[in-house]
Design a protein around this ligand. Structure first.
Ligand code: ZN
Length: 266
């Protein structure tokens, strides 16, 4: 059996990132909800200090509504949204932050570098609706910990995809059993920038070491093309008690998954 060792990305993949007509979601751990459109995903993590939204897909009210509906659907209370943590300053991740801030007073987290990058390098320079639209309350950096009361997010600087791209490791519960989840923030290298590509590869190595050190056994992705994300969400939503959690790969599986970010450069 011959399996490909990197995702297939086409112009259609890029175009589908702006399609806000279709969403799906599933509770993939006791305390972690994934919400996704066709190509881009975000997460809602339940903590003692409220709901933490990790990434925000695209800046469109439809995204905000999809997240709120998903939260209600799994029996959580959207009024509990308290934090908005972004991986990087691209429009498909800063996304619906404006509504999270305006409607929930969500406290926002991003690297200082990417806050500036986002302001100065809008992904769509001709589209004001995608420009920077809210402020960052906490600039976070390598080694920082976002304290959420009963649990915390470990912060890693993984530049390359963007200059201030961040990746995260945090605990999740599967039927009460604790696992460690990793989210590599910026999945692709900056294609036409050789220095940036080298920086990206160093970040992959750096984060792989963190995955090992923290004994990570769950790999998350904010782009569905990397992990057959839509199919996994579909499976997770219909999972029965005797079926395994499809996001739990084990440490070795997670280390293998990290290799895809190198394969993609070749
Ligand atoms: Zn990006």
């Amino acid at each position: 059996m011959k399996l490909e060792n990197k995702p297939r990305m086409t112009w259609e993949t890029i175009n589908r990132m702006e399609d806000m007509t279709w969403f799906t979601h599933a509770l993939i751990f006791d305390d972690l909800l994934i919400v996704s459109q066709k190509e881009t995903s975000c997460f809602v993590w339940k903590t003692e200090q409220g709901l933490v939204v990790i990434d925000g897909i695209w800046p469109d009210k439809a995204v905000y509504d999809a997240i709120i509906e998903a939260i209600k659907d799994v029996g959580w209370n959207p009024d509990k949204i308290s934090k908005f943590v972004m991986t990087h300053g691209h429009v498909d991740h800063t996304g619906c932050g404006k509504w999270l801030v305006d409607n929930h007073k969500a406290v926002t987290y991003l690297s200082k570098t990417d806050d500036e990058f986002w302001r100065e390098n809008p992904t769509k320079p001709d589209r004001p609706d995608t420009w920077k639209s809210f402020d960052i309350d906490h600039f976070i950096a390598d080694g920082d910990i976002i304290d959420c009361g009963d649990k915390m997010i470990y912060v890693y600087e993984t530049p390359g995809h963007t200059p201030g791209c961040l990746s995260y490791i945090f605990p999740v519960l599967d039927n009460g059993e604790q696992h460690m989840a990793a989210l590599f923030g910026g999945a692709t290298p900056p294609w036409n920038n050789e220095d940036g590509i080298q920086q990206f590869l160093q970040s992959v190595d750096y984060f792989s070491k963190a995955v090992n050190a923290k004994n990570v056994d769950v790999m998350l992705s904010n782009h569905t093309v990397f992990d057959n994300g839509i199919e996994k969400i579909n499976y997770a939503g219909k999972r029965l008690a005797y079926m395994p959690n499809i996001y739990i790969l084990g440490l070795e599986g997670c280390k293998k998954f990290m290799e895809v970010y190198k394969n993609i450069v070749e």
